[in-house]
Design a protein. Structure first.
Length: 108
C-alpha cells in the first residue's frame, strides 16, 4: 500500500505596485475567496470616486454597517460590491456612502 503525497504549491504573492492601501490599489477590499456560503452579494453604483483613496473611504464606511463581511470599491467603474450576512437597508448604505463624501446612485 502506498500513500500519495502532494507538495503544496507556493503561496502567490501580490505585486508590489498599487496604492498605499494595498497591492491591488483598493483600500478595504477583499477577494472573492472571502465570500461566505449563505451570504448576500450586492453591487452598488457610487458617483464621485476617482482613486484608491476614494475606494478606501467608501469601503471603510460601508464596512462599519452591521452584517457586512467584505467590500470592494472600484473607482474606475463606480461599482462597490458588498457581501453581507443578509440584505442591507439601502438607506444605511446611502448614509455610509454620504458620510464618505460620495453619492449612492443605487444598485446594479
Amino acid at each position: 500500500m502506498t500513500a500519495e503525497t502532494q507538495t503544496p504549491a507556493p503561496a502567490e504573492t501580490a505585486p508590489a505596485s498599487g496604492s498605499c492601501c494595498s497591492p491591488s490599489g483598493s483600500c478595504g477590499s477583499t477577494g472573492a475567496a472571502d465570500v461566505a456560503v449563505g451570504s448576500v452579494t450586492t453591487v452598488y453604483e457610487v458617483k464621485g470616486m476617482t482613486c484608491g483613496h476614494c475606494e478606501g473611504a467608501v469601503s471603510g464606511e460601508i464596512s462599519e454597517i452591521d452584517g457586512v463581511s467584505s467590500v470592494k470599491a472600484v473607482a474606475s467603474t463606480g461599482q462597490v460590491t458588498v457581501v453581507s450576512a443578509a440584505p442591507l437597508d439601502e438607506e444605511a448604505v446611502r448614509a455610509a456612502v454620504d458620510e464618505a463624501g460620495y453619492e449612492l446612485v443605487g444598485t446594479l
